[in-house]
Design a binder for this molecule. Structure first.
Ligand code: PGA
Length: 267
């Protein structure tokens, strides 16, 4: 496997933080502080701040390379779904979307079956998908982490058109016990799970294209631990939560990711 085939990606998930005015300002600051042409940068603000972030990035000279992502999408295109947002409504606002985040699995009861429908809708509209998977602490302690992640990958992509999805799919391995806890996984554990994920994709009909799918690590990523993950050839970047709200942290994370991106490109 030649890692240079895969881009290095740093995506920030702002969760339920920032008003539109704050989001625009934060996006512009992060864009300025993370000017790394070798790293794909994505900022995922709340729905109501997507337009502000898009506009702020457009107004920021040289920041055009920062993409905007949504944090969720509905599984239908239109209809009586109060408070929901469909993939085609995101057109012009976002080019990426996070699907299946563990906080939505937990708080909105999202199942793998529902997530697979969201993935398909996002793809139908040409959105790039960051599909999140990851085990609970009990699963890891019981030695079931790999089985659980395998099941999530299979279930979340069930029935999805593999040929269409391959160029648009990124998977984020986010162990639930590491999210927002300050307790991050080991780089080697994340790498082992990336291998499980790619092997599972292979079995789903991705075949060799499974090796082309970027796998990110997420869960308490910071500028001081990003190197542990970027040192692993099978990990292609990070999905960053809390630290993505801090420009200094994002600058450090993206700079470290840029070192890996350049080293890979020279191989
Ligand atoms: P965290 O969140 O970096 O704050 O742990 C990661 C995520 O939920 O994507």
């Amino acid at each position: 496997m030649i890692p240079a085939m895969r881009p290095v990606i740093v995506a920030g998930n702002w969760k339920m933080h920032t008003t539109p005015a704050e989001a625009g300002e934060l996006a512009a600051t992060i864009a300025r502080r993370t000017n790394e042409p070798d790293v794909v940068r994505v900022l995922c603000p709340p729905f109501v701040s997507l337009a502000a972030v898009r506009d702020a990035l457009e107004a920021e000279p040289g920041a055009g390379a920062v993409a905007v992502g949504a944090q969720n999408v509905h599984h239908e295109t239109t209809g009586p779904y109060t408070g929901e947002v469909s993939a085609h409504m995101l057109q012009g606002l976002a080019s990426w979307v996070i699907v299946g985040h563990s906080e939505r699995r937990r708080d909105a009861g999202e199942t793998d079956e529902l997530i697979s429908r969201k993935v398909q809708r996002a793809l139908d509209t040409g959105l790039r998908v960051i599909l999140c998977v990851g085990e609970q602490l009990e699963d890891r302690e019981a030695g079931h982490a790999a089985d659980l992640v395998r099941t999530q990958v299979r279930g979340s992509l069930d029935g999805v058109d593999v040929a269409a999805i391959a160029p648009l799919l990124t998977i984020a391995y986010e162990p639930v016990w590491a999210i927002g806890t300050g307790r991050h996984a080991q780089g080697s554990d994340a790498a082992a799970m990336a291998a499980v994920i790619r092997a599972t994709l292979g079995g789903l009909g991705f075949d060799d294209r499974g090796e082309e799918i970027p796998v990110l690590y997420g869960g308490s990523v910071s500028s001081s631990n990003i190197g542990d993950f970027m040192d692993e050839p099978s990990i292609d970047g990070a999905l960053v939560g809390g630290a993505s709200l801090k420009p200094d942290e994002m600058a450090g994370i993206v700079a470290r990711a840029g070192l890996t991106a350049r080293a890979r490109a020279q191989r």
